[in-house]
Write a protein that binds this ligand. Structure first.
Ligand code: GUN
Length: 449
């Protein structure tokens, strides 16, 4: 809740200051809904005061009614006093009312709406006796402020930005070729998971388009671990191959840790080898994991640098959440974010997601991030790619992200689509890693000769 108080208008802030002063004046050792109402009535000038006046409320009389009902405490207040659960609820509801009205601030009118909606305690009794209802307050707010239409979020075009990255990669490939080095990428897939098959195909194709030598290895699902390790060892020794990846997830009989650790860290296109992850966590990265690197690149190139922002990441996977947190917390330009990582153990997820300037959904569950979980004006990055049934499609399914796209796009300032957001960026960053690995290996050989 406190995270949203920076969007309070000056008048709304004053209402809360008045609420505290009223509580202290009445020797009450808490700030309750009745004090917020007293604050609203005392403020007297904001939209809430206008609404109440238009609804026939005499502000002065209402104030003495509330004061009479609330009564006076015996002992004077010493020290700080806190909000009651009811008062906290009023502020939560005020935030929700602002969101529903597509307002990017929280004003006195939203506090009034929150108070009426909360509907309990002394304040609710007074409000009801004055004939003030949620319906007539909402109608009056709309009449006073005019219709508010949502400003749709900017759609961050991952495909177009990935094209830029790929064009830059192609230039670096050409420069390497002039030095007699053709960057080589090997992609290994075990089993026939349809999504993985299509990702691996896209990666191979993109590599070829950038002028990278690309080799794909499609092994049967039952391939023994020793056989896969042998292939990795061969690729480690193959001078034509500067980078490789083993597509994840792997069939359950294969040990993912052992497989990622078998890749030569110099050739680790995914940057998932413990050495590369260790370097990243120390702040001395060689290569960066592709999806997190793609997210950061997309943020920078779309004009949403993470520097100084609060980034909330939902999901702690080794592929996305964990390394993304490590990248974003680094002390350098293009990172320098305050990072919160939420996961399946997080209680009240929405409490955290609503604090995000940049919200990254990487949970792998369809449309779990709903509009009420997003702060108006936030940037939303959707990493999820989920297949959901769709009888109207020839395939019988369609792809959706982890974000409930349309409603969230009405609240957010910018959002990535699925497909066409993070997916193409992951591929582009794989190509960039391949070229970085080839450049590093070529420099090493040049240095050695
Ligand atoms: N599966 C989904 N994304 C990735 C990725 O970036 N790398 C690998 N190896 N497997 C994945």
């Amino acid at each position: 809740m406190a995270d949203r108080l920076d969007t309070l208008t000056q008048r709304a802030r004053r209402v809360l200051t008045f609420a505290q002063a009223e509580a202290q004046r009445l020797n009450h050792h808490h700030i309750g809904t009745e004090h917020i109402l007293l604050g609203l009535l005392a403020e007297g000038e904001g939209v809430a005061a206008k609404v109440l006046t238009h609804l026939g409320v005499d502000l002065k009389r209402a104030r003495s009614d509330v004061e009479f009902l609330a009564g006076r405490g015996g002992r004077p207040v010493a020290g700080e006093i806190g909000l009651t659960p009811g008062a906290k609820k009023v502020i939560e509801l005020a935030i929700d009312e602002a969101r529903r009205l597509h307002h990017s601030y929280i004003g006195t009118e939203h506090l009034l709406l929150g108070l009426v909606r909360e509907g309990e305690g002394v304040a609710a009794g007074v409000v009801e006796s004055l004939g003030v209802t949620l319906k007539n307050v909402r109608a009056e707010v709309k009449r006073l402020l005019g219709p508010t239409t949502p400003i749709p979020a900017t759609i961050i075009d991952g495909k177009a930005i990935a094209e830029q990255v790929r064009a830059e990669v192609a230039q670096r490939v050409a420069a390497l070729k002039q030095r007699g080095v053709t960057p080589g990428l090997a992609v290994v897939l075990v089993g026939g998971d349809p999504a993985s098959v299509s990702y691996v195909r896209a990666k191979g194709q993109a590599a070829e388009e950038a002028g990278i030598f690309s080799q794909s290895f499609h092994l049967p699902a039952e391939t023994p671990q020793t056989e896969l390790l042998e292939l990795i060892a061969r690729l480690n020794a193959d001078e034509r191959i500067h980078a490789m990846l083993v597509q994840l997830p792997l069939p359950s009989h294969l040990d993912e840790q052992a497989i990622t650790a078998a890749v030569d860290p110099q050739k680790d296109a995914d940057a998932l080898h413990p050495v590369n992850l260790g370097r990243l966590f120390k702040g001395e990265p060689y290569l960066l994991p592709c999806t997190p690197a793609g997210i950061v690149e997309l943020l920078l190139r779309s004009g949403h640098p993470p520097d100084g922002k609060h980034v909330v990441i939902c999901g702690r996977s080794n592929l996305v959440g964990r390394p993304l947190a490590a990248i974003l917390m680094q002390k350098r330009k293009g990172a320098n974010a305050t990072v919160t990582v939420c996961h399946t153990g997080t209680r009240d997820l929405a409490r955290f997601t609503r604090q995000a300037d940049i919200l990254v959904a990487a949970m792998g569950a369809p449309r779990v991030i709903t509009a009420d979980m997003v702060r108006p004006g936030a940037v939303v990055i959707d990493v999820g790619v989920n297949r959901v049934e769709d009888a109207s499609r020839k395939s019988g399914y369609r792809l959706v992200g982890d974000v409930d796209f349309e409603p969230v796009a009405e609240v957010a300032a910018a959002i990535t689509p699925v497909p066409g957001g993070i997916g193409p960026m992951t591929v582009a960053m794989l190509l960039a890693n391949t070229v970085t690995a080839a450049e590093a290996q070529a420099a090493g050989e040049e240095g050695a000769s």
